[in-house]
Design a protein around this ligand. Structure first.
Ligand code: SF4
Ligand code: SF4
Length: 425
């Protein structure tokens, strides 16, 4: 299929755009560049021009589409209701088919995608990063100014090496403390169990404390975000089918997600299948039993946390929680519920931090521009803790904070809740 034929399938969405420009100020890449072609309207214009055969998309066109973080902040800003997520996915699907004509690209792409969705590869990376952290290599580079000898892209990537929190989370059965209200499945995902194993274990302990049985299934696979962001829709469909079969077959009330990107992908599995087909209907069933952790805690827990935490706390929402799942108030309300916490609004918190799945690796320069803008806004308020609701944001903002030597701790909201609930026990 050509890019034009991919876009033809979503042509109605392309023509919904009336070029009003309301989306421009919501778009992080437009905000840092001021360039029309780095905005949603500009990218849609390129799609329209492709559909009308005014242009034959080339590597320059691909650059503008590739620089999109897929944060989807343009969607809630759009009065015409353009589903931009579908548009960029279609364009990238077409791009991927063209690029795949090159054997080298196909070979590299398959290796990178397949490695990045394998648990063993993430665990291996986590182990390497743990050794790196333990040996204090960052400090050694800093002390002896070795970064002067390194290419700037490597310096930037080095600063973003995550701090590993504990050993990888394993699958298993984690019973409620006391009588169980009901059983839930916790989605492990790819990045979070390897990098933030302790944080996931705290989330499970919190859920057990709040009287839920938790199961982490052994046979779940990647949600498909990484492959769909990169235009491999065949792999995304395969992964979606496997997860649908796994999570619909068991006997739990909800599938709980701790990573906003995975949550959006799973809640949108139906878009991958023909309407009313077998898997379309199953995807809707799974969507109805899938909840983000903060949506779940907010709607299913009456007990308030009692442990006092005297902290000034701010919050950077994950784009996929805000713009696609529209879970806006629950995380903030949960933070405000904690005794002693002073909640500080973060200016422009609706704008992405530049993490965007693998964006910080595929587009380091753009990711950094967006991150720097965000860090300046964070600096403008005097918070002790910056809370996040997604592993990508955690790694990006923690790395950025280290780069700028900010005196600020990045935490998941679940960690803060864990500290308060379990302290007040
Ligand atoms: S706000 Fe919507 S209709 Fe207006 S330019 Fe942006 S995408 Fe197009
Ligand atoms: S998804 Fe985000 S980066 Fe991409 S065009 Fe929309 S607002 Fe801009």
């Amino acid at each position: 299929m050509t890019i034009k034929s991919h876009l033809n399938e979503v042509k109605d969405e392309v023509y919904k755009c009336v070029h009003c420009g309301f989306c421009l100020t919501a778009c992080p890449t437009y905000l840092v560049s001021g360039q029309e072609l780095e905005s949603p309207r500009g990218r849609i214009s390129l799609m329209k021009a492709t559909l009308e055969s005014q242009i034959e998309p080339n590597s320059k066109t691909f650059e503008h589409w590739d620089r999109c973080i897929q944060c989807r902040a343009c969607e809630p800003a759009c009065p015409s209701g353009v589903n931009y997520g579908l548009l960029i996915e279609s364009a990238k699907s077409g791009m991927n088919e063209i690029k795949s004509k090159s054997f080298l690209y196909r070979f590299n792409f398959k290796i990178i995608i397949n490695l990045s969705i394998s648990n063993w590869f993430v665990s291996l990376n986590a182990l390497i990063f743990r050794i790196y952290n333990k040996l204090n290599i960052s400090k050694i580079i800093e002390k002896f100014k070795l970064y002067k000898l390194m290419p700037s892209k490597v310096v930037q990537l080095e600063k973003m090496i995550p701090i590993i929190n504990g050993f990888p989370l394993k699958s298993g059965w984690y019973p409620s403390k006391g009588e169980s209200k009901f059983k839930i499945a916790l989605f492990r995902g790819c990045v979070m169990p390897g990098i933030h194993g302790d944080n996931m274990r705290k989330t499970i302990e919190l859920l057990n404390f709040l009287q839920f049985d938790v199961e982490v299934l052994d046979d779940e696979v990647c949600c498909g975000s990484i492959s769909s962001h990169n235009g491999d829709m065949n792999l995304t469909k395969e992964l979606a089918k496997q997860n649908i079969d796994i999570f619909l077959s068991d006997e739990f009330k909800y599938l709980i997600i701790t990573s906003a990107g995975c949550g959006t992908r799973i809640k949108e599995y139906q878009h991958l299948f023909e309407e009313n087909s077998e898997y379309y209907n199953k995807a809707i069933q799974l969507k109805n039993k899938t909840q983000d952790i903060y949506e779940f805690l907010y709607t299913n827990v009456d007990e308030k946390p009692k442990g006092e935490l005297n902290l000034r706390v701010t919050y950077q929402p994950a784009c996929h929680l805000l713009n696609t799942q529209k879970i806006i108030e629950p995380p903030i309300e949960l933070i405000k519920m904690i005794p002693g916490v002073k909640f500080l609004d973060l200016p422009s918190s609706n704008i992405c931090c530049g993490a965007g799945g693998a964006y910080s690796i595929t587009q380091p320069e753009w990711s950094n521009k967006v991150l720097n803008k965000k860090l300046n806004e964070i600096k403008s308020i005097d918070a002790d803790i910056l809370t996040v609701s997604n592993p990508g944001c955690f790694i990006q903002l923690q790395g950025g904070g280290r780069m700028l030597k900010l005196n600020l701790e990045v935490m998941y909201i679940t960690d803060l809740l864990y500290n308060s609930y379990l302290k007040g026990e």
